[in-house]
Design a protein around this ligand. Structure first.
Ligand code: SF4
Ligand code: ZN
Length: 318
C-alpha cells in the first residue's frame, strides 16, 4: 500500500477515509484533523488557556502533544487516584505524564486525591455504598469535580480531554440503548460553560482510537499500556467490541453513527432534555459546583461520608 500523497510505503491504511499515508504525511495529517475539528466546533482559539486532562495513557498524551505542536497554550492536569496494587497503575501513569511534561518543558499540575480528601479512590469506594464492587462511580464523579475545579481555579478557558471516536461512539451506544436522554443531551464535542462549570472540549472526538494509537507510536510518545485494573468487564468495553465488529464489516460505521447523532442533536432532537437539565441545576451548598441533587452535590456527599468513616476507623475504642 502506497501513501496517497508521495507514493512512499504507507504506515496506516484508513479504510473509513479511503486514505493511506506514510509516516511523514500521517504525522502531518493527524494534527491537521484535530485543528479542523477545533475550528469546526469552535472549541478554543490561540488566545485561550487550555487545561488538558492527562491520564498517562495514549490519547491524552497525544492530545497534549498535538495541541503543543499546533501552538496552543496547553498545560496538563494529572489526578492521582491511588489505584496501585500489583500493576502500580497510578504510579506508572503519573510517571508517564511527568516524563512527557519534563521532556517537553510543559507545565503539569498534579492533584492527589488522597492528599486532597484523605483517602484513595479504592478506599473511598470501599467505605461508601457508591462503589463497593467497583470504584468507577466514586472515581468518575471525583475526576469530574477535580478537573472542573482545577480548571476554574487555574483561570483556564477550557478543559480538554482525549476522548476519541471509539470512546464517544461507545458512550453514545450505551446511552442510546438505555434512552438516557439527559446524557444524550449533554454528549458532544463541546459542553458549554455554565455557572460554576468550565467549558469542556474533545478535539479527538472524530479520530479513531487506532489513529491516535498510530500517532502516539510514530511520535515515540511513551505511555502506560495497561488499562486501569477496574476497567475489566466494563460495559463500555463490551460496547466497543460490538462497534468494532460493525466497523470491520462496514468501515466508517462508528463515524457515521456519531455524526448522525450530532446532526440529530443540531436539529433539536434533545432540546427539551437540554432545557430540563439546565433548570434542574443549582449550586451545591458546600462547594458551589452545579448539581441536580438537592443540597450537596454527589462529590461533597460522598467524600464527607468517607471522611466520617475514616475518622471513625481512626478513633481508638474506649
Ligand atoms: Fe476510575 Fe479505573 Fe473505573 Fe476508570 S476504570 S473510572 S480510572 S476506577
Ligand atoms: Zn459540592
Amino acid at each position: 500500500m502506497k501513501c496517497r500523497k508521495c507514493s512512499q510505503k504507507a504506515v496506516l491504511n484508513m479504510r473509513q477515509h479511503k486514505l493511506a499515508l506514510c509516516r511523514e504525511h500521517y504525522l502531518e495529517w493527524f494534527p491537521q484533523q484535530a485543528q479542523r475539528f477545533i475550528e469546526k466546533y469552535r472549541m478554543f482559539g490561540p488566545q485561550d488557556r487550555v487545561l488538558v486532562a492527562v491520564s498517562g495513557g495514549k490519547d491524552s498524551l497525544a492530545l497534549w502533544d498535538v495541541l503543543s505542536r499546533l501552538g496552543y497554550q496547553a498545560e496538563g492536569l494529572y489526578i492521582g487516584l491511588g489505584i496501585d496494587g500489583g500493576l502500580q497503575y497510578s504510579s506508572t501513569s503519573h510517571r508517564m505524564a511527568a516524563h512527557f511534561a519534563d521532556s517537553r518543558g510543559l507545565p503539569l499540575h498534579t492533584v492527589d486525591v488522597q492528599g486532597l480528601e484523605g483517602a484513595t479512590i479504592p478506599v473511598a469506594a470501599s467505605l461508601t455504598h457508591r462503589g463497593r464492587s467497583k470504584p468507577c462511580s466514586v472515581c468518575g464523579l471525583s475526576k469530574r469535580h477535580i478537573m472542573n475545579k482545577a480548571a476554574l481555579d487555574g483561570g483556564f478557558d477550557v478543559l480538554a480531554t482525549g476522548h476519541n471516536l471509539d470512546d464517544e461512539a461507545a458512550v453514545l451506544f450505551g446511552n442510546t440503548l438505555n434512552w438516557s436522554v439527559g446524557y444524550l443531551a449533554r454528549q458532544g464535542p463541546v459542553l458549554e460553560a455554565g455557572d460554576g462549570l468550565v467549558r469542556k472540549v474533545k478535539p479527538f472526538c472524530r479520530l479513531y482510537e487506532r489513529e491516535t494509537a498510530a500517532y502516539t507510536l510514530l511520535r515515540g510518545i511513551e505511555y502506560i499500556y495497561d488499562e486501569c485494573p477496574y476497567a475489566t468487564g466494563a460495559t463500555s468495553i463490551y460496547h466497543k467490541e460490538l462497534l468494532n465488529q460493525m466497523e470491520a464489516e462496514r468501515p466508517g460505521a462508528k463515524l457515521s453513527f456519531y455524526l448522525s447523532f450530532l446532526r440529530a442533536k443540531e436539529a433539536g432532537f434533545f432540546a427539551a432534555a437540554q432545557d430540563r437539565e439546565a433548570i434542574l441545576l443549582h449550586a451545591c451548598s458546600s462547594c458551589g459546583q452545579p448539581t441536580s441533587a438537592p443540597g450537596q452535590c454527589a462529590y461533597c456527599r460522598t467524600w464527607s461520608q468517607v471522611r466520617e468513616r475514616v475518622d471513625l476507623a481512626l478513633t481508638p475504642s474506649q
